[in-house]
Design a protein around this ligand. Structure first.
Ligand code: ATP
Ligand code: MG
Length: 352
């Protein structure tokens, strides 16, 4: 059963097609994230689902209710029963935390006892019990983020929309709130649609990821599938496979020009030309030119603690590698053999 169904959604802003025939569904009771670079249409899709933006064409169904069809909004924002969390807090500084959290309930005219009960429950859910009488200025950034969340879920929305909800938190709090969001989703069973441009956030949070580019969905699936089996080179690059080499078939084997053969385990394509991609963390380095793998020379080494990052000259290309920092640091200028973990080499046929 799907909580949200979006069919062939288009949103045109003048000449800009911000959303270009996007179709997807969001299963009930999980976290779906839209992952993509700035300007690819993530916020616009979220705003169309919310009813804050009227799409140009397509269909949107929430639960079993069509809310947008034939270029018209059928259900207004306030009747869509959604919670929304946006990047900017929009918390009223002159109101207590409890009053801020109660806001959506008051607007909906709920009785006082119910409001008090729900506010208390929401603050407990985000692990801020007893903070109701404080003012926003007396809270840390992470606590504020929890208040925003509490406010959005206090009235038990059927769908929670989150636009870069963790973007203005520092790295440590981000990770903590990521886990909290997931915990809250699991405890409430709520359906969430979140937007992020951070791949590790998307991987950590999601039951389903939609990788987007230029108003389109490039791939949609479980985090493990998206990460290990990106459908196109573009998706692979977006998920961290930043080393890209071109290969062409010579005597039946795919060869990377000036570097060497694509290993046998990755030869499973019949194309004459291919793009070969891999993640820096999947590079295996032998400290000498053993004759196996591709020969290269360390250009630059950067010790980062847990890992060492190398820039390696290989043929006329640069390759980035990240290997464990426990194995010591190879010197700049040192010759190396470059391998890629089996299964980690992503090969995409290219049109001739
Ligand atoms: N009100 C508007 N008027 C005109 N163009 C708009 C409007 N809102 C968005 N756009 C354009 O639509 C495209 C998609 O914008 P959107 O805000 O959805 O991107 P996004 O994926 O959320 O990006 P970011 O990660 O930077 O938030 C962009 O090219 C943007 O400039
Ligand atoms: Mg946005």
């Amino acid at each position: 059963m799907s909580r949200v169904e979006v069919g062939k959604l288009v949103k045109q802003f003048g000449a800009v097609r911000a959303v270009d025939e996007v179709s997807f569904d969001v299963p009930e009771g999980g976290i779906t994230t839209m992952l993509g670079p700035s300007g690819c249409g993530k916020t616009t899709i979220l705003r169309c689902i919310a009813g804050l933006e009227t799409a140009t064409s397509g269909d949107i169904v929430i639960g079993s209710r069509p809310v947008f069809s034939s270029g018209r909004d059928l259900v207004p924002v306030e009747a869509r029963n959604l919670g929304m969390v946006f990047q900017s807090y929009a918390i009223w500084p002159h109101m207590t935390i409890a009053h801020n959290v109660a806001y959506g309930l008051k607007v909906r005219g709920r009785p006082r006892e119910e409001i008090e009960k729900r506010v208390r429950a929401a603050l407990e859910l985000v692990r801020l019990p007893g903070y109701g009488e404080r003012y926003p200025g007396q809270l840390s950034g992470g606590q504020m983020q929890r208040v925003v969340l509490a406010r959005a879920i206090a009235y038990d929305p059927e769908l929670l929309l989150l636009d870069e909800p963790l973007a203005n938190l520092d790295a440590h709090l981000r990770e903590e709130m990521r886990q909290e969001l997931k915990r809250i989703q699991r405890e409430t069973g709520m359906t969430m649609v979140a937007v992020t441009h951070d791949q590790s956030e998307a991987l950590a949070l999601s039951d389903q990821i939609m990788v987007m580019s230029a108003g389109r969905v490039l791939q949609r699936g479980r985090p493990e599938d998206i990460f290990h089996r990106p459908r196109t080179a573009e998706v692979a690059r977006f998920l961290g496979a930043t080393n890209t080499l071109s290969a062409q078939r010579v005597d039946g084997r795919l060869m990377i020009e000036g570097i060497g053969a694509v290993p046998n385990h990755a030869q499973a394509t019949s194309a004459d030309r291919a793009q070969v991609l891999f993640r820096p963390s999947d590079v295996v380095l032998q400290p000498e030119n053993t004759g196996e793998g591709w020969p290269g020379r360390i250009v630059f080494a950067q010790f980062l603690g847990r890992e060492v990052q190398y820039l390696i000259r290989c043929g006329d290309r640069n390759i980035t590698a990240e290997v464990s920092g426990r194995d010591g640091v190879l010197e700049e200028g040192a010759p190396v053999s470059i391998g890629v973990r089996p299964g980690a080499l992503l090969v995409y046929p290219e049109a001739a």
